[in-house]
Design a protein around this ligand. Sequence first.
Ligand code: FES
Length: 142
Amino acid sequence: MAEDLYREVILDHYKNPRGHGVIEDPDAQAEGVNPLCGDEVSIYVQFGEDGETVDEVKFSGRGCAISQASTSMLMEMVKGKTAREIAELPKEQLLEEVGIPLTPIRLKCALLGLGVLKVALHRAKGTPLPQEWAGLDELELS
Ligand code: FES
């Protein structure tokens, strides 16, 4: 029952993605591709006056409902947070929001946006990348 509800929320985010779009001249930006399927996500970040707090964040991309919906959920989650807080955001928190059990392949879909965002912040602010994303810089994420 609860799973149905989560599925509905995922579909709603997929059809009406929050924070969908592009920020011209962003303070931080990265793109990523899931090499297994070719799905893409680009994320653009603009910081507030303190240069640390996310003032605006947008994403564009194409792909499956899980990758696009979880990135949409992520946009709502990280607005108003600092780059460091986002760098430390555990992936479990996003997965909880997604809410449904995921196979290892779907897990990659759900975490695509979070990985891209962490790489964008890493490049712009030098925030640490979690170990599992180390190297993604050169591999899937460009
Ligand atoms: Fe490609 Fe989900 S099938 S990210």
